[in-house]
Design a protein around this ligand. Structure first.
Ligand code: MN
Length: 743
């Protein structure tokens, strides 16, 4: 990822710099033109001059004058999100209070209370990075509270993040990884939730460029190679439709739009297919110019014209006209069988819907006046407020819970009376019970979905009507946590369990007291601490609880020594912890474990993460583990994004040193036709020709197809890649995949 070297050196003189700044500023004004009212221009000029003055000595990592950043953020707000004058002023000032001598009072004096409040919100959330995990959850909570105050804060923050992603090339690699992970983990879902599809997809693509550069480049290359062929197909597909739509006297635009690299890769991963097997590399989009009263009718008219020409897959019809998504998205999607028997997705929407799809929330507001649509955002904000207000957000879980609760797509379900409840996808009957009321949730014993009895863990679907059955004897249990997804339900169940545990622990406390006093010692803090740490528990509460439920019978107390009123635990016998699993070759430790960290070439002891088993040549990063030193993960490890987003400060840039002495365990899955001697061919190639050590191998053949799982030791990625391409060249072998997960 050594992109720095290829970037053009920034070298403008003062005069050229001034011209550049003015040019960018004028472009901003031009974009705002239709929104300017008398007096606005003066205010914007004032904000611009204030920002120029405040940032005058500052430069970005690229060498550019800093002021270009706030101007660019303002332009994104205006051009890509559709925000207006006030947001422009806030964008221009967004980094001033944080980084310069300008105070919030200065902003308030010049621009008034509304703008000062937004700038304050932006300042408070500017440091979400670089802190420990729980503080980050705290900061994230702050973002959300401001968000519910004034959504413009989050929209400007998203523009800020997008511009930082667009200019990420200039940052150091560890920063690139950290910022990219945070972007996919938090900001892209947030953009999605606000209905900003374009910004969301651009964020994901940019992040992938840094997190998985190789796959990114490869998909980009293949997309470019197949472009001609694709546009030929699109033209062939569109032609008959165009004629018919024109005959129907509809005003429309029709075009094919390539899918984004990130979403292509998502598909490849999810379905386990290769690039060539992803059928929907593009979608056809039809944008109608309809009057407000004809929108729905026109969209269905187009649908019927398309399905006259091409056969639709009935299960792939998505009607977001009658029931828009909660982020405001409206459209009609269908998938039809195009020429050469290929499935093609077609998206039908009007100009208004298209603007909402692209600019999200802001466009939604623009059309809100006169629309009878109940405001889904208000509902969403209200739910967030409720949860944040009540919940103890001390843990890292908060971020994860929040993501599943509020950033995921949702379903609509009905109460027996016909009231609608919005819940995230994956919600169960129990989540629904808690969404009605906590007092109902804790007493739930079952539910009826569409009049049929179902267990608590039953997953709900949009349109379900749900009736909850309760009993006063019911009590929440630990396993409930395994099937609820909403933060509200999780929080309440945890609270109830804690309460229950405390009650039970009280009995255990009495038992412990009797035992200690029976030894002639005192029931005091020292002795209690001695006990729970001896049993390797987390707290006195745990100790009392475990005793109460008879998991611990305290008979080891006999081994304790008593000095006066104090007791002392016997020294634990050392148990040699040697893990011997079948494949772990005792590698020459210490000297062999060489990798280069950062700019220096320090030798450090490290572990290879079990979750992704990196080998030399992979893009990797180091993660500081308490007590265990450094753990090396692949940057595309399933856990990486979470680690990097939550514990950015514990990420260490890591590179492999050239070392041919040690080998690393990895695994391949091979699929092919069950040919005579195929096993022989494979083993001959691996251990014979390439002299690679096989640790284990299983081959299963069924109905003419075999699947082989091979664990082997390689020196680096180069060697593995060579092996994979040689395997693929063997006759009968269809697919070779490297394991991503634990072997
Ligand atoms: Mn900024």
């Amino acid at each position: 990822m050594d992109t720095l070297a290829q970037l053009p050196k920034y070298n403008l003189n003062e005069e050229q710099e001034k011209k550049l700044i003015l040019r960018e500023y004028r472009a901003l004004l031009r974009a705002l033109k239709t929104k300017l009212k008398p007096g606005d221009k003066r205010l914007i000029r004032l904000a611009f001059e204030m920002a120029v003055e405040a940032h005058k000595t500052m430069r970005r990592k690229s060498g550019e004058p800093y002021i270009l950043h706030p101007i660019a953020v303002a332009r994104i707000c205006v051009e890509e999100i559709g925000l207006g004058v006030r947001s422009t002023i806030c964008s221009l000032l967004h980094d001033t209070v944080e980084d310069t001598d300008i105070s919030l009072e200065d902003v308030e004096r010049e621009f008034g209370n509304e703008i000062a409040r937004i700038v304050d919100g932006l300042t408070k959330i500017s440091n979400v990075i670089d802190v420990n995990a729980s503080q980050q959850a705290e900061n994230f909570k702050k973002i959300l509270l401001t968000l519910t105050d004034d959504p413009r804060v989050i929209l400007i923050k998203l523009a800020d993040r997008l511009h930082n992603m667009r200019t990420l090339d200039h940052m150091k690699v560890d920063k690139q990884l950290k910022i990219s992970s945070e972007t996919v983990y938090v900001y892209a879902p947030l953009a999605h939730r606000m209905g900003l599809y374009n910004i969301k997809t651009e964020m994901e693509d940019l992040a992938m460029k840094y997190l998985e550069p190789e796959i990114y480049k490869e998909i980009a290359r293949k997309l470019a190679e197949t472009k001609k062929e694709r546009s030929r197909y699109i033209n062939e597909f569109i032609k008959p439709l165009k004629d018919k739509l024109e005959k129907a006297e509809l005003k429309f635009e029709i075009y094919g739009r390539p899918k984004h690299i990130h979403s292509i890769q998502n598909k490849m991963k999810k379905k386990g297919v290769s690039f060539e097997e992803v059928y929907d590399l593009f979608a056809i989009r039809i944008i109608l110019d309809s009057t407000a009263d004809k929108e729905k009718e026109d969209c269905w008219k187009v649908y019927s014209i398309i399905t006259d020409e091409y056969t639709p897959a009935p299960e792939r019809l998505r009607d977001w006209l009658s029931n828009p998504k909660s982020n405001g998205y409206e459209a009609l999607h269908t998938t039809v069988m195009g020429p050469q028997g290929k499935w093609v997705e077609v998206q039908i929407r009007t100009k208004r819907m298209n603007e909402i799809a692209e600019k999200g929330l802001a466009a939604h507001w623009k059309y809100k006046e006169g629309s009878s649509d109940e405001n889904r955002f208000d509902k969403w904000f209200q739910q967030i407020r409720e949860v944040i207000g009540n919940q103890d957000t001390d843990s890292v879980d908060f971020l994860q819970d929040f993501k599943t609760s509020f950033l995921a797509e949702e379903i609509y379900v009905y109460t027996p009376k016909g009231d609608v409840k919005m819940l995230p996808v994956g919600s169960t009957a129990l989540d629904f019970a808690f969404s009605i009321h906590s007092a109902i949730g804790v007493k739930t014993i079952g539910a009826k979905v569409n009049h049929k009895l179902v267990p608590l863990s039953h997953k709900l679907r949009s349109g379900d009507q749900v009736e909850i059955i309760t009993s006063n004897k019911q009590k929440p249990s630990e396993d409930w946590l395994n099937f609820v997804v909403t933060s509200k339900a999780k929080g309440r169940i945890r609270d109830a369990l804690k309460e229950e545990k405390r009650k039970i622990a009280d009995e255990g406390k009495y038992t412990v007291q009797r035992k200690i006093e029976g030894m002639g010692a005192a029931f005091n803090q020292h002795n209690i601490d001695e006990l729970w740490s001896y049993y390797k528990l987390n707290s006195p509460l745990d100790l009392f609880y475990q005793v109460a439920i008879k998991n611990i019978d305290l008979k080891e107390l006999k081994e304790f020594k008593v000095f006066g009123d104090k007791i002392e635990a016997p020294r634990p016998v050392k148990i040699q912890e040697i893990k011997v699993d079948g494949f772990h070759q005792p590698l020459a430790k210490k000297d062999a474990e060489l990798i280069i960290f950062g700019e220096s070439s320090d030798k450090i002891v490290y572990n290879l993460a079990n979750c992704c088993k990196p080998i030399p040549g992979d893009d990797v990063f180091g993660f500081v583990t308490t007590g265990k030193g450094l753990t090396i993960h692949r940057t595309n490890c399933p856990n990486a994004a979470k680690l990097m987003a939550n514990f950015g400060h514990r990420i260490v840039k890591t590179k492999w040193a050239k070392n041919k002495e040690i080998s690393f365990l990895t695994g391949l899955k091979i699929v092919g036709l069950d040919d005579v001697g195929v096993v022989n061919k494979i083993t001959n190639l691996i251990s014979g020709e390439l002299r690679i050590n096989i640790a284990a191998m299983t081959i299963e053949a069924k109905e003419g197809v075999f699947e082989g799982n091979i664990k082997l030791y390689v020196h680096d990625k180069e060697e593995l890649d060579e092996l994979v391409s040689r395997l693929l060249a063997l006759r009968g072998i269809e697919k070779v995949d490297r394991y991503d997960t634990e072997l």
